[in-house]
Ligand binder design. Sequence first.
Ligand code: ATP
Length: 145
Amino acid sequence: MSGPFERTSAGGVVVRTDGGLEVCLIRPTGRSVWGLPKGGIEEGETLEQTALREVSEETGLVGVVEQELGSIDYSFYSREQGGRIHKTVHYFLVRATGGDTAQHDHEVSDARWVRLRQALRLMTYPNEREMVRRAAEALGRPVAD
Ligand code: ATP
């Protein structure tokens, strides 16, 4: 036995503000989870590049990074990866500039725009919810507790 193995991922809180603040949430295929798009870093990528690539793959949306939001971390056991994994995920506030949520890849069963309050209700992980709260605050629309 060895580990925990350290893994780093990056992802986005993808927003649009044309009418109220909306966030793009995904459901990873085969899991009853609503969450944020994210994934592992590929060779030569910066964290921002990873975040934008994962956003594009998992939501079908194209965007630009507006700012860094911070990171979350969690641990889990993975039989395929041979032990305990400690993962850190860096999140960025991403403004959607184009694309279409119908164009998500097969790792996602659904990608959709959800209004801020509904997003906070739907989301599975409290640590990801905190990233959405930070995004709302950065956009001047803080969520009341
Ligand atoms: P990636 O999207 O980075 O390729 P993955 O789909 O292989 O990752 P994760 O989404 O990190 O893997 O999920 C691995 C395990 O961690 C699952 O059991 C999942 O339920 C749990 N998990 C995922 N996100 C969180 C989180 N934000 N907080 C706590 N646990 C999480």
